[in-house]
Design a protein around this ligand. Structure first.
Ligand SMILES: N[C@H](CCC[C@H](N)C(=O)O)C(=O)O
Length: 278
């Protein structure tokens, strides 16, 4: 079998995108591994599968698989790439699209400057919505990890995020603390671990150890989560530039209960065909 795919990235978070609008694509773990593995396959942080809509007033369904094969319900950088992909493939010429994932409905808007703005929905802070095992909702939680007290915010953007403040992302313990917090049992569905450096009220730096993928060069939902938590702490303005390792994202929100808008680039790198006979 020959499987056509498109390689894309949004601020360095990279994807293999599959057009499943005309033929169902139900990937096996082995096929996902061939698509995500950077040595034995194509290589990407997530596989994005674009499908015909399954409910009214939605333009596309959108499935997201992490590098470890886990299927999840949100990928912010990926949604910008989906907006670019469906236009380039002639699947839709609408400048505004509604796409449905297993947890969220996202509104995507292609802009004249080539960037894409995504309405990521409102952040959810209730522990049961994250999900996070906590007796009550708090602005700051604490965990003891290897004798160290870790303080953080927790929020869902349609996927779970832990956000901890650090003095400098360049020296943050992403590689050591990330792998310990990602599978923490207090997060029953695991968690994306964000390391947030607040430079000013309208500029932050962020690194994310992603659930099911490890550290990526950018995490769109992570940028939204970090700004939502920073605003909850009273530390950030309604419009924030989030500097990630792969570029910059603009995150805007009027605060709790309000939708979070993310604006950033989406690039196509190449198209290819994978020889596959499982
Ligand atoms: N690792 C995430 C999915 C991808 C999110 C990220 N790539 C983004 O741009 O939002 C999770 O398991 O929830």
């Amino acid at each position: 079998m020959q499987l056509r795919f498109t390689k894309m990235h949004g601020t360095g978070n990279d994807f293999v995108v599959i057009d499943a609008t005309r033929a169902r694509f139900a990937p096996t773990p082995a096929l996902l591994h061939r698509l995500t593995d950077r040595r034995f396959g194509v290589g990407c942080d997530q596989v994005l599968v674009v499908e015909a809509p399954s409910v009214p007033d939605v333009d596309f369904d959108y499935r997201i698989f992490n590098a470890d094969g886990s299927e999840v319900g949100q990928c912010g950088n990926g949604s910008r790439c989906l907006a670019r992909f469906v236009a380039d493939q002639g699947l839709s010429d609408k400048p505004r699209l509604r796409v449905r994932t297993r947890t969220s409905i996202l509104e995507l808007q292609r802009r004249d400057d080539g960037q894409v703005t995504v309405d990521m929905g409102a952040p959810r802070f209730e522990p049961r919505d994250i999900p996070f095992k906590a007796a009550e909702r708090r602005a700051r939680y604490a965990l003891d990890m290897d004798g160290q007290r870790i303080e953080f915010g927790a929020v869902s953007m349609g996927n779970p995020h832990l956000v901890m403040e650090v003095a400098d992302v360049d020296t943050a313990p992403v590689g050591t603390l990330g792998p310990k917090l990602e599978p923490h049992p207090d997060f029953p569905e695991r968690v994306n671990v964000g390391f947030l450096q607040i430079v000013s009220r309208d500029r932050v730096r962020l690194r994310v150890f992603e659930r099911g993928a490890g550290e990526t060069l950018a995490c769109g939902s992570g940028a939204c989560a970090a700004v939502a938590v920073g605003q909850l702490w009273g530390r950030l303005d309604p419009r924030v530039i989030v500097q990630v390792r792969g570029g910059e994202l603009i995150i805007e929100s009027k605060g709790e209960g309000e939708p979070v808008l993310m604006t950033g680039p989406a690039q196509t790198v190449f198209t290819g065909e994978l020889e596959w006979n499982e």
